[in-house]
Ligand binder design. Structure first.
Ligand code: SAH
Length: 386
């Protein structure tokens, strides 16, 4: 089955969207030689349109703390980095960021931090409650693995979704790269969240040292087996201040494979929300996220982390927009989407095709979203390079 026919025949009007490609197709398409990839990208773009439409949902990310108790061997905020200034934003600063994004047409706030209880689990619950009370935003948490009772408390506070990447589907590679941690623990956390009725997001790094094409295929297939509501993937980028600083990305000689992985992910798991992650821009400066949106992605995550903290949340070098102010990122995304002819998503952008366990979910209306997008249109000209 060629990718053309796969997406072409299935895209034709099926209300449920295209059927996922089988596992053997995942392997075959990941190995597509450069000359055949344009067809895979086009097929993924069509599958995206048929399954989730043209809208691009905006999730504003606030990296509210870089405190971390883990020592992931690739990560720029790992606990072992004693040269890093550690910070935690206070509630009012985080709330200001949430209000600012709501005024810009963003309908979800993603609260991300290192994995640590330094911020305070009860304090995080109160923060979620306040955001839900004082803004129309849906709330996504992304603070690593926490005990079930904590997840439950956060859900009760109104947390709609949670992101925790499994990073790699290979348990041995996982154990090597995450001292003191097991892949199983991450997968259990995802299962607990799902059982609690929280929409779940996960994903993986592309090109971790030691990974093979088979690992990459398994990573994609695991996203599907987990039936993720959101699947976020991005290239591994060596950070010089980490133990893997001198290691090369396993796909370094063929960076287009990063985009190919994203396209195949869309074909394998058509109904997921798939973000155009920032790391794509680090590999293809100024164009990576646009290209991701053209080969499967339907979510964009502008940064609303205050400028003062961005330099201290560099997970990898070359992270874009580190010197921008939050409003700049909002204006930039409006410019990018206009260029691509894609509308901004209206409403909260919840999981497709899943009956949500609770009806607490945000009342962000289309009206709010489109009015805010119009307000943003009148903002400053796009400033990020495109
Ligand atoms: N503490 C949270 C958030 C982690 S940081 C958690 O545990 O889920 C968010 C993501 O950044 C990680 O899941 C990882 O996939 C990615 N990341 C970290 N270091 C990176 C690197 N060197 N290159 C690319 N992505 C990286």
């Amino acid at each position: 089955m060629t990718p053309e026919r796969t997406a072409g025949s299935e895209a034709a009007g099926a209300a449920r969207g295209p059927r996922p490609i089988p596992a053997r197709e995942v392997r075959r398409l990941l190995d597509a030689p450069p000359g055949q990839r344009a067809r895979v990208f086009a097929a993924a773009d069509r599958a995206r349109r048929a399954a989730v439409g043209d809208e691009v949902f905006l999730r504003g990310i606030v990296e509210f703390s870089n405190r971390c108790a883990r020592n992931c061997r690739y990560c720029g905020i790992r606990a072992g980095r004693t040269d890093l200034r550690r910070y935690a934003m206070d509630e009012s600063e985080i709330l200001d960021a949430a209000q600012a994004m709501a005024a810009c047409g963003v309908t979800t706030v993603v609260l991300q931090s290192g994995e640590s209880d330094a911020f305070g689990d009860a304090r995080f619950a109160r923060l979620v409650e306040r955001i839900k009370r004082e803004t129309p935003l849906a709330v996504t948490g992304s603070c690593g693995v926490r005990p079930e009772a904590v997840f439950r408390r956060w859900r009760d506070a109104g947390m709609d979704r949670y992101l925790v990447r499994f990073e790699t589907s290979d348990p041995r590679l996982y154990a090597r790269l995450h001292p003191g941690d097991r892949l199983e623990a991450r997968l259990e956390a995802l299962a607990r969240l799902r059982a609690l009725g929280v929409q779940t997001g996960s994903g993986f790094l592309i090109g971790l040292p030691g990974e093979t094409l088979e690992t990459l295929a398994e990573n994609i297939l695991l996203c599907r087996r987990l039936d993720l509501d959101m699947a976020g993937i991005g290239p591994f980028i060596p950070h010089p201040a980490t133990p893997l600083g001198g290691a090369a990305n396993a796909c370094a000689s063929d960076p287009e494979r990063f985009l190919l992985a994203l396209a195949v992910l869309r074909l394998a798991h058509p109904r997921a929300h798939i973000p155009a992650t920032t790391a794509f821009d680090a590999v293809f400066p100024g164009t990576g996220r646009n290209r991701a949106l053209q080969c499967g992605a339907n979510v964009f995550m502008p940064s609303f982390t205050p400028r003062a903290h961005r330099g201290d949340y560099r997970l990898y070098p070359g992270k874009p927009c580190v010197d921008e102010a939050p409003g700049d990122c909002a204006a930039c995304v409006v410019g990018r989407l206009r260029l691509l002819g894609r509308p901004i998503g209206r409403g909260p952008g919840h999981a497709f095709g899943r009956r949500l366990a609770r009806s607490r979910t945000s009342g962000t209306s289309s009206r709010t979203s489109s009015a805010a997008a119009a307000a943003c249109d009148q903002g400053p000209a796009p400033v990020c390079s495109m």
